[in-house]
Design a binder for this molecule. Structure first.
Ligand SMILES: [Zn+2]
Length: 230
């Protein structure tokens, strides 16, 4: 794997036969430069040098999100609120409770592995998400008159929702970490695909009809989406 160093930042260079232009992408602190297969490396280097200010700014604006270790004191998001994790050993109970701004995670036994705690927190989030997202989807379907054939809550790596050709709306459980108005935007977005299976101006017009502030919600998700993870 080739990489270019620029002001202390490592840029991974990916060559591709089909590519005709250079493109820079930053995701979770990783900088990748895609270039045409035969482009001389010094062209890529001067391109990166030209963009160096932009790269620095992007990295500052979107610092990489470190994975949680499930230790007391860490922050967890739920419906747009930040909760401080408190891991408590309990004799008999094994439950999760949100009180004020504390996310109480009780577990039996003195030691529980990070993996086991993560599994419990994740399954709790999935349960809450299933109930919140399906209820909200039904309410918004009533309000908009756009009725899906079914609603499903599932795990996606890189998307918030989808709408199948058969009219099923599928939503990412990680949305439960976002503020309610952002969740509503994603649901409305998918419901609107029942009428418009594309992102045409007519589609966005329909979204706007049900969510007048959709552009803010869409850009919130773009800038903060990476935070919505455990
Ligand atoms: Zn869409």
């Amino acid at each position: 794997m080739k990489s270019i160093h620029c002001n202390g930042v490592e840029v991974e260079v990916i060559r591709s036969k089909r590519r005709k232009t250079l493109s820079l992408a930053i995701r979770n602190g990783e900088v990748k430069l895609r270039i045409p297969a035969r482009l001389p490396l010094h062209h890529a280097e001067s391109f990166v040098n030209e963009k160096s200010h932009w790269i620095q700014q992007k990295l500052l604006d979107h610092p990489p999100v470190a994975p949680k270790q499930f230790e007391s004191g860490e922050d967890l998001l739920y419906l747009g609120q930040t909760y401080r994790l408190a891991v408590v050993a309990a004799q008999s109970r094994n439950q999760i409770r949100l009180e004020q701004d504390v996310f109480h995670l009780e577990h039996r036994g003195i030691q529980s592995s990070e993996k086991a705690l993560k599994r419990r927190v994740e399954s709790w989030y999935k349960q809450q998400a299933t109930s919140w997202l399906t209820t909200r989807c039904e309410e918004l379907a009533d309000q908009t008159g756009l009725k899906p054939s079914a609603v499903e809550v599932k795990t996606y790596r890189a998307r918030w929702g989808s709408c199948t050709a058969s009219g099923k709306v599928q939503l990412n459980w990680k949305l439960i970490m976002a503020p309610p108005e952002i969740i509503d935007y994603v649901i409305i977005h998918e419901l609107c695909h029942l009428r418009q299976h594309n992102h045409s101006p007519a589609f966005w017009q329909l979204v706007k009809q049900f969510d007048p502030a959709f552009t803010q919600h869409r850009s919130w998700l773009k800038s903060n989406g990476l935070q919505l993870q455990l």
